[in-house]
Each structure stands twice: as structure tokens, then as C-alpha cells.
Design a protein around this ligand. Structure first.
Ligand code: SF4
Ligand code: SF4
Length: 412
């Protein structure tokens, strides 16, 4: 079946005028409030202390463009400095207080994405993003490690006897497929333990989400078209994802690309496993005698509202002492791993992860548990500097259920 495209005008403004027109109302809303509550929560601002990178400035740029005070080229690069965590949207009184009444929500993440897309279309490219997306376009996978490719993307599964295709297919993101291989291994093991069939995607390509976030809209859509066609060829009706970034791509971007033609169910592995534990189909039995805290991934918590299930899973592990942060639920901290920031501004990401791990250390824990492969690399780097282990929640559950997996930096 041919895939019908729907227009995605707000995320893909054709001209400066269309960009301003799409976002002028939101921009004036922000400009008139003047309190900058987003300063309290923006992770990039907290490290850089540069107000040019605040949502206030992102919106004020649009007002200035409308009034002819700046050209887009003057401000395009400011929008690189955002992890797309969504914290500012939640903290903004335009969402918090006015939103309930007028059904208005500040959409900084969408403003940033539209600005980045316009920047790429206009040739105002961030050099690191340009090189990264060119490599991804060539190899069909992000350059997470030196060598990538379809064969290598399934190397993690070599010790599992998994079929290709089937009703339920596991999509493994580039970071997990090439770098954090213990995570898909944990998930495949948990599926076997629960007696649930799962298959491999025959020709997985990058989900395209990071390309979309960096403004490479055509590439993102091309990759999406490939993946959807590959799922159909494989007979897949349900796609299981282990990365919150993929979850956003498949539940927000893909439906926008394909409209009613998008007919797959997208499920988060974490939700499935939490359900199996709740129903008694999986029981963590091996004690893990250590003290941990949980890092809420921005895309899971702030953007999708998923924070209860991870805590229920942690509570199911015998021996585990779980200490929650002071900022739980939607006020959680950011690792700096999202929105392409780690590629363009690695020093800002590293500092954000350092601060995140330092907050965990204040709780006197031995490990940070996460649920996002893109957060795990910068957090692990920061953790290694001070002897703090970083482990994925599903890796931890699998270990407690008896899985013979080796997790980097984790001593049983
Ligand atoms: S909190 Fe909202 S209204 Fe206030 S400056 Fe930030 S984006 Fe604008
Ligand atoms: S989405 Fe996150 S990083 Fe981006 S401006 Fe808002 S708070 Fe800052």
C-alpha cells in the first residue's frame, strides 16, 4: 500500500513568514508575561547561564522577526541549545494556569523544532549536526560507534534464537543496538521468560527522530517510510520499543506523517514488563542489595507522563533500597542527552549529566537507574568519574529475574 503523506506545516515552515505566522500568538503570549519561570527548569540555561538560550528568547526572536528587528539567520543557531526536554512547557504559567481555562499550552519543543527545520532548509546548519545526519543517511543508522550497518544492528541478538518478523517486532534504537547492547538482550530475555513471542525487524533503520529534532525533516520522513514499509513486509502489527525517543517518534511523528494509513500499535517494553510483573507472569526473585535512585527520562516523564510504572518495577525487586529525588514526576532533572545537544554541545551535556549524578550522590545511593539508552551514555560517563553505577531499569529487572546478562559497569 502506498503511504499517504499529511502536511506537517507547523513543524515544517516553508518561509520566515510562515514560521512567524505559525508561532506569533504563542510568542506574544510569552513576551508579555515577563517572569521567566522557565529559567528555574531549563537544563541548558542552568549550565550556560545564557539567556539567549531560554524559551523567553526563543519566543522573543519571533516577535523581533515580525517587527523586522532581526533576520532569521541572526538567531537560527540559538535554537541548537535545547534538549527538547519539555520542562519549560510544563513550568510555564501559560500552560500551568491559563492552559486549563483557555486550553492553551506553551509548545517550546515544537517552536525549537520548527526553527531548526527552517534553519536546515535555509542552509544555516550546525556543522556537527550536518556531519552526523550525513553519516546517518549513508549508513541508515546513527554513527553511535565507528562501524554501523544492518548486520551489526542485530549483533546483540546473536545468542537469542529470534525469528524475523511476526505479529510483534522489537525495534532497537541505534544507541542500544550498537552501544548499550545489554538492554535489548535484557528485553529479549524477559520476553522469553514471560512466554511472549517477539521477532526482529528484518531491515531496521534509525527511527529518524533525532534527524527530525535536528531539523532534517526530509531525512526523518524517508527513514520513517522505510521502517513502516519494513514492518508491513514483516507482518508486524505491534512494535515494541525500549527507548523513549523512539516512543515519541512512533506515537507522535509517524502518525503525523502517515495519517490514517498508520496502522501499527506501538508499545513501550517497560509498560509490558510492568504489566507482566503485576500479573505475576514475571517475578524478580534474586535480591539486589543496594541503594539506588531513579532518573526520570524527560521524554518518558515530562513528555509522556510515565513515571508510576518505573517506580512500581523498582518496588518489585527484592533487596533494593529505592530513594526518590526531591524533584520527582514532571519536575525531574535532565541528563542533557536529548535534542541533539550531545552532538553539537557535548560539553554542556557532560556538565548536565555531572550535575544529575551529583544530585544522586547527595542521596548516598550506589547507582542511578534509568530507562533511556540516550541518557545512559552521558550519565555513565559522569558516573564513572565518581564511582556511581548507571543501569537501565529493564536490565535490573532482568538480572533480578535471573537473566545471565553482563551490564557495563555493573558488579553483581
Ligand atoms: S515561563 Fe513561559 S511565559 Fe514565562 S518566559 Fe518562560 S516561556 Fe515565556
Ligand atoms: S525544552 Fe528543555 S532544554 Fe529546551 S528550552 Fe525548554 S527547558 Fe530548556
Amino acid at each position: 500500500m502506498d503511504i499517504q503523506h499529511r502536511s506537517d506545516d507547523a513543524a515544517r515552515p516553508a518561509t520566515d513568514e510562515a514560521f512567524v505566522e505559525s508561532w506569533r500568538n504563542a510568542a506574544y503570549n510569552c513576551y508579555s508575561s515577563g517572569h521567566k519561570f522557565c529559567r528555574e527548569v531549563c537544563p541548558v540555561y542552568q549550565v550556560t547561564r545564557d539567556e539567549t538560550y531560554l524559551p523567553t528568547a526563543f519566543h522573543a526572536n519571533i516577535v523581533a522577526m515580525e517587527q523586522g528587528l532581526v533576520e532569521f539567520e541572526d538567531v537560527a543557531r540559538d535554537y541548537v541549545n535545547c534538549t527538547m526536554c519539555g520542562a519549560c512547557e510544563l513550568r510555564c504559567p501559560n500552560t500551568l494556569f491559563v492552559g486549563d481555562f483557555y486550553r492553551f499550552r506553551t509548545r517550546t519543543v515544537d517552536v525549537v523544532r520548527a526553527a531548526r527545520t527552517l534553519a536546515v532548509d535555509r542552509g544555516v546548519e550546525e556543522p556537527a549536526w550536518s556531519a552526523w545526519n550525513a553519516a546517518t543517511d549513508r549508513d541508515r543508522h546513527e554513527p553511535v560507534v565507528a562501524e554501523v550497518g544492518v548486520e551489526l544492528s542485530r549483533a546483540w541478538a546473536s545468542s537469542f534464537d529470534l525469528p524475523f518478523g511476526g505479529d510483534t517486532v522489537l525495534f532497537v534504537d541505534c544507541e542500544a543496538a550498537f552501544y548499550r547492547t545489554s538492554l535489548p538482550q535484557a528485553v529479549a530475555w524477559l520476553f522469553k521468560a514471560a512466554g511472549e513471542p517477539i521477532g526482529l525487524q528484518p531491515e531496521p533503520w534509525c527511527c529518524g527522530g533525532p534527524a527530525a529534532e535536528m531539523g532534517y525533516a526530509d531525512q526523518a520522513r524517508r527513514f520513517a517510510e522505510h521502517n513502516v514499509a519494513d514492518w508491513r513486509r514483516a507482518g508486524a502489527r505491534r512494535i515494541v520499543v525500549l527507548d523513549p525517543h523512539d516512543y515519541i517518534s512512533f506515537t507522535e511523528d509517524y502518525p503525523r506523517y502517515f495519517g490514517d494509513d498508520y496502522d501499527v500499535e506501538v508499545v513501550l517494553a517497560l509498560d509490558l514488563v510492568a504489566g507482566w510483573v503485576r500479573e505475576g507472569r514475571l517475578t524478580p526473585t534474586l535480591p539486589i542489595n543496594t541503594r539506588v535512585t531513579y532518573h526520570d527520562p524527560c521524554r518518558l516523564n515530562k513528555r509522556k507522563g510515565i513515571w508510576v510504572e518505573p517506580r512500581a518495577l523498582l518496588a518489585s525487586i527484592p533487596g533494593l533500597e529505592f530513594v526518590d529525588e526531591d524533584r520527582v514526576t514532571q519536575w525531574s532533572y535532565c541528563s542533557g542527552g536529548g535534542g541533539g545537544l550531545a552532538i553539537a554541545r557535548p560539553e554542556v551535556t557532560a556538565e548536565l549529566s555531572r550535575r544529575r549524578v551529583a544530585r544522586a550522590a547527595d542521596l548516598e545511593v550506589n547507582a542511578v537507574v534509568t530507562a533511556c539508552p540516550w541518557a545512559e551514555r552521558p550519565l555513565s560517563n559522569a558516573g564513572a568519574e565518581r564511582g556511581m553505577a548507571v543501569i537501565d531499569l529493564l536490565e535490573l529487572v532482568a538480572i533480578s529475574c535471573g537473566a545471565p546478562i553482563e551490564v557495563p559497569g555493573w558488579v553483581r
